[in-house]
Design a protein around this ligand. Structure first.
Ligand SMILES: Cc1cc2nc3c(=O)[nH]c(=O)nc-3n(C[C@H](O)[C@H](O)[C@H](O)COP(=O)(O)OP(=O)(O)OC[C@H]3O[C@@H](n4cnc5c(N)ncnc54)[C@H](O)[C@@H]3O)c2cc1C
Length: 191
């Protein structure tokens, strides 16, 4: 089982009255130009996912590898959501935003205790699509690539994409992949 970082979970919290839904899994129908939303995300998550790339029988084009994102497998990730939603509510209910007509879409005003907010997150939060780390970089012998992107045990092969990032960065991953690509180009030029 290759260990990798699960996609960050993101989900709805509150929105201005111009938007009916801010869920990452049900697109927001924008009806008016202003649609402020707040959607806490667990980034980076503490939970680690698993990809059965070396399963037996091995994955094929018609039998894809089994991926277990393990969302909210760690209690700390649930606590991060609770904190995020509390912060979103504090901002939404501030006097500065009073005239914006803020309405909470989810988890909803009935959800006041940690248990119901956590249950809501587990049921409704979706992927932020930032999986990384199936070929994690590191200096120990279980790391797939070293700090110069070279695959251990093989000559002349480097990996330069999101799979080498050892854990999900707290920024978005696309720019990080660009930085890795630039670094790979520098390494190859220097060779
Ligand atoms: C829906 C979605 C939304 C996202 N939104 C954001 C965002 O807003 N901001 C952000 O920073 N990041 C975002 N990300 C994450 C970001 O897109 C990825 O982290 C990044 O693209 C990863 O780069 P990569 O080069 O590792 O992989 P990819 O960009 O997935 O590139 C892999 C490439 O390999 C090709 N390929 C696959 N198999 C083969 C094969 N057998 N032979 C030849 N080629 C092959 C694919 O066609 C693809 O072009 C999003 C991801 C998704 C899925």
């Amino acid at each position: 089982m290759a260990r990798s970082s699960a996609c960050c979970a993101a989900g709805p919290s509150w929105t201005g009255r111009t938007c009916r839904s801010s869920s990452s899994t049900s697109p927001c129908p924008i009806r008016l130009p202003r649609w402020p939303t707040a959607s806490p995300s667990v980034s980076p998550p503490c939970g680690r996912s698993a990809a059965a790339a070396c399963a037996s029988p091995p994955p094929t084009r018609t039998r894809p590898p089994v991926l277990d994102p393990n969302y909210f497998g760690e209690e700390e990730d649930v606590r991060a959501v609770l904190s995020g939603i509390a912060t979103a509510r504090r901002i939404a209910w501030s006097s500065a935003l009073a005239e914006w007509g803020i309405e909470e879409v989810g988890p909803g005003l009935d959800a006041v205790d940690d248990q119901s907010i956590g249950d809501y997150a587990k049921k409704h939060f979706g992927s932020y699509c930032h999986p990384v780390g199936t070929c994690a970089m590191g200096e120990d012998e279980v790391s797939v690539v070293d700090s110069e992107l070279r695959v251990r045990g093989l000559d002349g092969l480097r990996v330069a994409d999101a799979s080498v990032i050892p854990s999900i960065p707290s920024n978005n991953t696309n720019a990080t992949v660009y930085a890795i690509a630039e670094r790979a180009a520098d390494l190859l030029r220097r060779r």
